[in-house]
Design a protein around this ligand. Structure first.
Ligand code: ZN
Length: 142
């Protein structure tokens, strides 16, 4: 029968796993990947739960952490629910964070969200989660 150390390691691994899922959902928010992170996280937990049950079957119950199996279900719900909540946080559009065009730094403040291009240089106004290509360094050396 596995001792408390094994259970402690499993709990530590799950804490790291959950934080990783939430961090990915946060880093990718504004993109479809932010929703994929908690869903993939849930699938991973379901896989672990399934493997754990199979492992106890293959070893005739010698390998079975009851605490693990009991914790997996609320843990899976927690990781997925918080992950989806984080994914729903709107990302600050990179190109409009400071109200300036990402290409020419033209002041876009006061324009509506529907405006698709910069009136000064014609660059496409970035969607939330998109990264602007900073051209100023390249232009200066050219
Ligand atoms: Zn511009």
């Amino acid at each position: 029968m596995p001792g408390r150390a094994a259970t402690g390691r499993a709990v530590a691994a799950f804490v790291i796993y959950g934080v990783l899922v939430w961090w990915l959902a946060f880093a990718w928010r504004g993109s479809w990947r932010a929703w994929a992170a908690p869903i993939a996280g849930l699938l991973g937990i379901v896989l672990v739960a399934w493997l754990h049950v199979k492992l106890s079957e293959w070893t005739n119950g010698r390998i079975y952490l009851r605490a693990l199996q009991v914790l997996l279900y609320p843990y899976g719900v927690l990781v997925t629910a918080v992950g989806l909540f984080i994914a729903a946080i709107p990302a600050t559009p990179v190109g409009r964070r400071d109200g300036l065009c990402h290409a020419c730094r033209y002041d876009l403040r006061g324009r509506t969200e529907r405006d698709a291009v910069c009136p000064e240089c014609g660059a496409r106004v970035l969607e939330p989660g998109e990264r602007g290509t900073r051209r100023r360094e390249a232009d200066r050396s050219a």
